[in-house]
Design a protein around this ligand. Structure first.
Ligand code: IPM
Ligand code: MN
Length: 347
């Protein structure tokens, strides 16, 4: 039997609640299939208050040896500004390990009613995860003065744009054969025009994939009006971030939105985390929806090569939601939803 070594970073707020739920489900699905060992790291805003940093100096090197990283959520803005906590933990991991493909599926699980009339949508959002608007290139001068200036430059490299688009084309090929590339090239005449050009270059290679070019503004309307027309969606870091909160909303809420930060070359571990944040207002109350976190476990298993276990987790989630468990906020506790998924797994 294979043994996987997993690094856990529950993080802050409901990150702790849902990581706990996710690991219970992992324990249940592992039975008879594979073994795993977890090492939990207390890196969080609480850790920051004690140590003055979100993770130790050698945190990245510590994580490098694991087969995968599972992360709950990061952020406790009451004590540590988000710009500090995220740039001290989540974002450096994505970049350092070249987790350039952030995969976020958006569809309605059985029994879940979204806010839209459309029901039959199945979108796979592929968000560029290491550069673009999140490059961190910029600075401020004359702070606090009338002549203050702040610049933050998006950085798009040929290598970075090509690899994410190629990843998107491959995903489209393995699904319904349609790719929508999202830019704003009518207004951003360097980076986004460049992105469109690379998309066209690759389209010539992937002749079995049909390609649509959409601007981000038209895209948000499309995701509400006709999400069923979309298959794979590829977008830059910031556009992908925004689109996937919308994706979460149309699939019934952030509690259903899973996410995988993938290093496709496997030269470093990938990281799995729900799209939602730490939700301080409901932390520790046993009411957070663990479905997104559990779905992220399914993504992790798929990445580790445990396709059958991954599919088992997904069908267990849907068996629970089809029974009405966890389909609306306030309906069930975190524990109840987790127990229902485990019961379905073991049935
Ligand atoms: C996400 C989150 C993060 C992001 C934040 C917390 C920095 O919103 O994973 O979608 O913008 O990437
Ligand atoms: Mn986000």
């Amino acid at each position: 039997m294979k043994t996987y070594n997993l690094a856990l970073i529950p993080g802050d707020g409901i990150g702790v609640d849902v990581t706990d739920a996710a690991m219970k489900v992992l324990g249940a699905v592992a039975k008879g299939r594979f073994a795993f060992e977890t090492t939990s790291f207390p890196w969080s805003c609480e850790y920051y208050l004690k140590h003055g940093r979100m993770m130790p100096e050698d945190g990245i090197e510590t994580l490098r040896g694991f087969d995968a990283i599972y992360l709950g959520a990061v952020g406790w803005p009451a004590t540590v500004p988000d710009s500090v906590s995220l740039h001290g933990l989540l974002l450096p991991i994505r970049k350092a390990f070249n987790q350039y493909a952030n995969i976020r599926p958006h569809r309605l699980l059985a029994g879940v009613e979204g806010p839209l009339k459309a029901e039959g949508f199945d979108i796979l959002c592929i968000r560029e995860n290491t550069e673009g608007e999140y490059s961190g290139a910029g600075g401020r001068v004359h702070e606090g003065k009338d002549n203050e200036v702040a610049v933050e430059t998006s950085v798009f490299t040929r290598a970075g744009v090509e690899r994410i688009l190629r990843f998107g084309f491959e995903q489209a090929r393995s699904r319904r054969g349609h790719l929508t590339s999202v830019t704003k090239s009518n207004a951003q005449k360097y980076s986004m025009v460049f992105w469109d050009e690379v998309t066209r270059e690759l389209a010539a290679e992937y002749t079995d994939v049909t390609v649509s070019h959409m601007h981000i503004d038209a895209m948000v309307a499309k995701m509400v009006m006709a999400p069923q027309d979309l298959d794979v969606v590829v977008a830059s870091n910031l556009f992908g971030d925004i689109l996937t909160d919308l994706g979460a909303a149309i699939q019934g809420g952030l509690g259903f939105a899973a996410s995988a930060n993938i290093n496709p070359d496997r030269s470093a571990p990938s990281m799995f985390e729900p799209v939602h944040g730490s939700a301080p207002d409901i932390a520790g109350k046993n009411i957070a929806n663990p479905v997104a976190a559990i779905w992220s476990v399914a993504q992790m298993l798929d990445h580790l090569g445990e396709a059958e276990a991954s599919a088992a987790v997904l069908s267990a989630i849907e068996a629970a939601t089809a029974n009405g468990i966890g389909i609306r906020p306030g309906l069930n506790t975190t524990d109840e939803i987790t127990a229902a998924v485990i019961a379905a797994l073991e049935a």
